[in-house]
Design a protein. Sequence first.
Length: 273
Amino acid sequence: MASASIRPAAVAGQFYPADVHHLQLQIKEMLSAALPADMPATPPKALIVPHAGYIYSGPVAAVAYARLARWRDRFRKVVMLGPAHRVAVLGAALPAALSFQTPLGSVPVARDDWRRLQTMPGVRISEAAHAFEHCLEVQLPFLQTVLDHFTILPLLVGHMRPEDLRPIIEALWGGPETLILISSDLSHYHPYDEARVLDRGTCERILALAGGIDHEQACGATPVNGLLAVAGAHRLRPQLLDLRNSGDTAGGRDRVVGYASFQFDEDDDGARH
């Protein structure tokens, strides 16, 4: 039985390959296909990436991670926020475990932040919420591939107002060593053409840092809205990197799920905020 201090991989073999070599090959192929013609001149402060099975949303997530690879020596901590899909959560849930396991190895939790966050309103520990959740786990093999030594602070967000999440994100904002990562898909189960219109509208709100996104538009609406509020205060510049849906990748077009990846850059003033 796994140690209570280690959260074992829950969706390896379902959302992504459980075999190390197959996983490494799939990620390598997705990253190679996603390489931009010109690598970005500035590092991201935050990303929004999707979290479906790799055959569906992996190519869209890879567009963000291929850019992140240039900064593999910069980031030492990744603050990860995503929606709780399997267990009802009131507020935001930290894991009980102090490391997360994938077929590529284990990633340690940032213990000081883990302890500090437990004193904040709305934050609790929930082993059950994290035990079988996929939205953060599927990001880890990408991060393990494109970054060197780093820790994570994983938070699952449930019933919570974005304005109550904002101080939590602010408390974890950190400096240039910290990346904020939001895991969210877009619309679910609309016909292909309808989904394209809906998802484009959602992306326009994100690009305007407008907030007010609901859970019909994005399953991770609360962490997305929380990030947008903080991004505005820090004068981040959002960029849409990719927008597709499952009808473009590996599924039919009668009921699709939307995926987008975004990068948020700091300007000089925002970095000093």
